[in-house]
Write a protein that binds this ligand. Structure first.
Ligand code: ADP
Ligand code: MG
Length: 730
């Protein structure tokens, strides 16, 4: 019984929403309007024989080995379901360490020999695949172990169909591991981290006596995805956007986001048509999209779903990114997900809303009304505070990338210093905890709008703070430093692991204090004493002020908070003993698995910057310099012609001299960059350091001079679409 109930609460969140029969008459379930391309729990329940369904539940719930016969039956109904929907192929869909998703399609259609065709998809096809793993990054894991890689079905994330004009493919979410079981993907450690958190969260619930009927604790996740849309013709005319997804050159337009007139503004026609199509496709896939709006920068938008269990939410997040990219061309648009496609206007992030929830649906970070009396909530809260303070470096490293380096600390995104915003109400309670027993919960009250026809609206007990990288927002934490192209699996793996460690610590302390023979304490006494200590030790990470300000940087340094200013520094964290220990202890990553990830991160970083710098040199030489020289020749002709006509041309001549000197400097900078970026180093850390010290400053110099040329060269000679065009043509 418990199994059935728990499963419905834990894994059906999205599909419940998708297939729910609405309460008021006249409405239809989402699936009836948009169709259903997701093989969810309900489809399983409806189609599988009862015994098979129960056996399947035991696999999901209790980790029982999936029987071959059961797998065969599940595969058979899944195939029928997919074929009814026009699917001809299937694929194991997984998330290798490239950061995107991977798929290799196989037909389910087999010639029967008598001229007919039969469909075939067996339990083995469903459960296990063996894609050629040798071309995926393994960070040395395969050198140490084996070349083979396997994909293994993740039955807790529903299969779905991806379709196009003339194709439909059944996609089966899978984990990807090496022959000896090392994780070669992002899903495997994520699942392990959720298991770790569940074990220790359950110990806390047991102490508080709130574990009845609870099978496990999951983490929940809601991600807000920011992105840009650029007209496709303009996109193709920008080699930098095509190759790097960001502009390497581009002078600031006269109007950017200064007037704040884009944010929440009315959505342009072409854009909203695009958004609607994206949402329809995602509804079909069971992704519960809720919010759409214009973002801060011109040409920037946001899409956000309702939160789900983290494993499913991470898969869905990948689908959101893929769908944005896939649908945009139908509207003559290109979806740009890069963290910083355009200088001088805001970049894109992905707010990661995170909480912990029992499989019976209780949010463990819900403070409730009289928060000061809610010791269980305060315990979970302090566990998060402790985790973030102790492992701020890991959290920072979890979101590091070459692209995110352009945002973090650049006065728009949260700073690279990790701190927690708690708001007035919780800060007040935490301060009370430090002194002893909390006695009150601050209330928000109501706001009187001053006009008779307007209702009084309740005021939240704390204002929003947009400058904090890690903010408590009502009943969840919002980690805002995640980059817009990132897979959210990795930051959540780290989040879950560090919180698991704190919950373990707290549970052990409380279990000991409440059971020891001498000086045995009541749970309440032990808990208050422990939380008081925790607040004392870790309150330095709490900061409610302006995270963008210079004062905060100074203050944070005084408090001893780490400030890892770029990826090169941040990735080092994965090499520390502290990091290795925590991942090993909670069985999330073995040291070799962690080391391989560190290696891959550095490699990706250096390769990405190498591509960018080479692309920069090419654009400089093939587009900008030729245009500049043509312009210079025009200026020179005009000087001669003016002088030949007997008119004073001294002002023109000096403009020509100035222009030529910028063009020369630009050529020189490109040459220097070209010489420097050939650097190779077998040590990826040293290579990254070289990039930070030598290549990035040279790239900045090339860009400065290139942009200076742009604002002087005649428009009819300039070969690249301008920022004004890319950001404002909608
Ligand atoms: P904002 O006000 O930050 O722009 P929204 O309220 O639009 O954000 O979105 C916040 C996100 O947080 C949504 O995806 C929402 O579903 C999610 N969320 C709400 N409650 C939880 C929770 N308990 N756990 C995880 N995510 C949650
Ligand atoms: Mg948000």
């Amino acid at each position: 019984m418990r199994t059935e109930h728990a499963l419905t609460a834990a894994t059906d969140a999205a599909t419940d929403w998708h297939r729910a029969t609405p309460s008021s008459a006249g409405q239809q379930p989402v699936e009836e309007i948009f169709g259903c391309d997701v093989f969810d729990q309900r489809a399983m329940r409806e189609r599988l024989p009862k015994q098979t369904y129960k056996a399947f539940l035991r696999t999901i719930e209790e980790g029982e080995r999936l029987d071959h016969n059961v797998a065969d039956v599940v595969a058979s109904v899944m195939k029928d379901w997919a074929v009814e929907r026009g699917a001809t192929h299937f694929t194991h869909w997984f998330q290798p360490l490239t950061g995107s998703t991977a798929e290799k399609h196989d037909a389910m259609l087999i010639p029967a020999g008598d001229g007919n065709i039969v469909t075939q998809f067996s339990g083995t096809d469903l459960v296990q695949g063996e894609p050629d793993a040798s071309s995926f990054p393994s960070g040395g894991l395969r050198a140490t172990f084996e070349a083979r890689g396997y994909t293994a079905w993740d039955p807790s994330s529903p299969a779905f169909i991806i379709r196009g004009r003339n194709h439909a493919t059944l996609c089966i979410p899978t984990a990807f591991v090496s022959w000896t079981g090392e994780a070669l993907d992002k899903k495997t450690p994520l699942l392990r981290s959720i298991d770790a958190l569940s074990v220790h969260a359950m110990r806390i619930l047991k102490l508080f006596g709130t574990d009845q009927g609870v099978g496990r604790v999951n983490t929940t996740l809601g991600t807000e995805q920011e992105y840009f849309l650029v007209d496709r013709h303009l996109y193709y005319a920008r080699p930098d956007l095509v190759t790097c997804e960001r502009t390497l050159f581009g002078a600031k337009p006269p109007k950017g986001q200064e007037l704040d007139d884009h944010y929440f503004g009315s959505i342009p026609q072409r854009v909203i048509a695009f958004m609607a199509e994206v949402e329809h496709e995602l509804y079909r896939l069971g992704v519960p999209i809720k919010t759409r709006h214009n973002e801060v920068a011109p040409g920037q938008y946001e899409i956000a779903p309702i939160f789900e269990d983290t494993n499913v939410a991470c898969d869905h997040q990948m689908l959101v990114m893929e769908t944005l990219r896939r649908v945009a061309p139908r509207f003559g648009l290109q979806a740009i997900l890069h963290e910083k496609p355009f200088a001088e206007v805001n970049g894109s992030g992905k707010h990661n809303n995170w909480s912990m929830s029992t499989d019976t649906g209780v949010n463990l970070l819900d403070p409730r009304d009289e928060t000061h009396t809610n010791l269980q909530f305060l315990t979970f809260l302090c566990a998060v505070i402790r985790a973030v303070d102790l492992h701020a470096d890991l959290l920072r490293a979890s979101i590091a990338s070459a692209a995110n380096d352009h945002r973090l600390g650049a006065n728009e995104a949260p700073p690279a210093i990790i701190s927690i915003f708690l708001g007035d109400m919780l800060t007040d309670i935490v301060e009370q905890l430090e002194k002893g027993t909390p006695k009150r919960t601050l209330k928000g009250g109501a706001i009187d709008l001053g006009a008779r026809t307007l209702p009084q609206i309740p005021r939240h007990s704390g204002d929003r703070n947009r400058t904090s990288p890690f903010a408590f927002t009502g009943n969840k934490f919002e980690f805002r430093a995640v980059g817009s192209t990132a897979s959210v699996s990795w930051p959540n793996t780290i989040m879950n692991t560090i919180v698991a460690e704190s919950l373990d610590y707290i549970a052990t302390e409380l279990e000991t204090a409440t059971t020891r023979k001498q000086r045995k304490e009541s749970l309440e006494t032990a808990c208050k004493r422990l939380l008081k200590d925790l607040v004392k030790q870790h309150k330095r990470v709490i900061f409610n002020g302006d995270g963008y300000s210079q004062e905060w940087h100074e203050e944070a340094e005084k408090r001893g908070l780490p400030n890892l200013i770029n990826s090169e520094q941040a990735y080092r964290v994965f090499g520390t003993k502290k990091a290795k220990d925590i991942f090993k202890k909670y069985k999330v990553l073995k040291p070799a698995e962690l080391e391989s990830r560190k290696h891959i991160f550095y490699e990706k970083y250096t390769k990405q910057l190498q591509i960018e710098s080479e692309q920069m040199v090419l654009i400089g030489r093939q587009y900008i310099l030729p245009a500049a020289l043509r312009h210079q020749a025009r200026l020179a002709e005009s000087v001669s012609a003016t002088e030949a006509a007997g008119v004073d041309a001294s002002a023109q001549r000096s403009a020509l001299v100035d222009f030529a000197s910028v063009a020369d400097a630009f050529r020189g900078a490109l040459d220097r960059l070209d010489e420097t970026d050939d650097y190779q180093d077998e040590d990826p850390i040293r290579h990254a350091k070289y990039i930070v010290d030598k290549i990035i400053p040279l790239m900045a110099e090339c860009r400065r001079l290139g942009d200076q040329l742009e604002v002087h060269v005649a428009a009819d000679l300039w070969p690249l679409p301008s920022y004004r065009e890319m950001l404002f043509i909608r």
